[in-house]
Design a binder for this molecule. Structure first.
Ligand code: AMP
Ligand code: MG
Length: 318
């Protein structure tokens, strides 16, 4: 698998029906030309992702958004203007340009404009949207660097576009605008309150059956068992695990008192840093052969809410 910064080559590989891992500000995506059914089919095969789990379509600009959807409602236009390029995916009614394989047969499509110069230029050169889920095997930890992609998907991707480490490190916020009121399907860097400020109404948290793999109870999991705990529970959780044959790591913010784990994974001193380091720390735990990661949850402010969501889904005891 080859790594490059050559945008023209990446666009040419996509135009020929190939797969390219692309950088975004959230996580690396495994991209195919969204209008090429067999290329998109290969994304599912490489990820081991069950059919019927829709992919996010990535566009550059509002006219490309218009081509993917039946119409652009006023709320969508406002959100796109406020947050794009950026970590907000809008679920809208799809157009005929988007094949069934991308949406898992749904009549809706998730669309966003990612905030990364390399990938935006690749989409512009291709002249068509790209469909891209996170560039990892289904259910596992998302990649936040080109090296992570190479480790996750060895040999199965035609090209990796290396755009450096991901700025945010956690998947986009997903908001569904096809119902009577906006619904939050997945928390991310754009908060419900920020969306509320733009729309004059705050999206409600969708509590129906999972409509996205990112909403499944088990997702984002490393090989090690993850135990998500609140700060006050951390001492007891670590204490009950260490001492035996189990290799225990504790992942926590810098100000959490030294806990007697075998390995300490430092999540930094604020929620934004925690989000940025989350997936690379979980990968490090696996590299160190850890059996259990006691993940001390951040406070639910800023990006803390999205980190808590991912850790609770990665946790074997949610
Ligand atoms: P991944 O990149 O693997 O995190 O997947 C992208 C996320 O977007 C998944 O959770 C998808 O199910 C979700 N998504 C994409 N399109 C739709 C849609 N039409 N309705 C609901 N969720 C969607
Ligand atoms: Mg994913």
């Amino acid at each position: 698998m080859e790594s490059t910064r050559d945008k023209k080559r990446a666009a040419a590989v996509l135009a020929a029906g190939g797969l390219v891992a692309v950088p975004t500000e959230t996580v690396y995506g495994l991209a195919a030309d969204a209008t090429n059914e067999s290329a998109v089919q290969r994304v599912f095969e490489v990820k081991g992702r069950p059919a019927g789990h829709p992919l996010i379509v990535h566009v550059c600009g509002l006219s490309m958004l218009s081509s993917c959807v039946a119409d652009v409602p006023e709320d969508a236009r406002r959100l796109a203007e406020a947050f794009w390029p950026g970590p907000l995916t809008l679920v809208l009614r799809r157009s005929a340009l988007v094949p069934d394989v991308v949406t898992g047969g749904l009549s809706t499509v998730g669309v966003r404009q990612p905030d990364h110069v390399l990938t935006l230029e690749v989409i512009r050169l291709l002249g068509r949207p790209i469909a891209a889920p996170s560039a990892n095997r289904f259910g596992r930890v998302s990649p936040t660097s080109a090296l992570d992609v190479e480790e996750s998907l060895t040999g199965d991707v035609d090209l990796v576009l290396d755009g450096g480490p991901c700025r945010i490190g956690i998947e986009s916020t997903i908001v569904d605008l096809t119902g009577t009121t906006p619904a939050l399907l997945r928390p991310g860097a754009v908060s419900p309150d920020e969306i509320g400020e733009v729309l004059g109404k705050t999206p409600h948290v969708d509590s129906g059956p999972p409509r996205a793999p990112g909403m499944l109870a088990a997702h984002y999991a490393p090989t090690a068992r993850v135990l998500a705990v609140e700060r006050e529970e951390a001492g007891d959780a670590v204490g009950s695990l260490v001492g035996g044959d189990t290799r225990v790591a504790v992942m926590c913010e810098t100000d959490v008192d030294a806990l007697e784990a075998d390995i300490r994974l430092d999540a930094g001193s604020d929620e934004t840093t925690y989000a940025g380091r989350l997936y690379s720390l979980l990968r490090e735990a696996d590299r160190c052969g850890v059996d259990v990661v006691v993940a001390v949850l951040p406070r639910p402010r800023g990006l803390g809410g999205a980190v808590r969501d991912r850790l609770q889904r990665a946790s074997s005891t949610p």
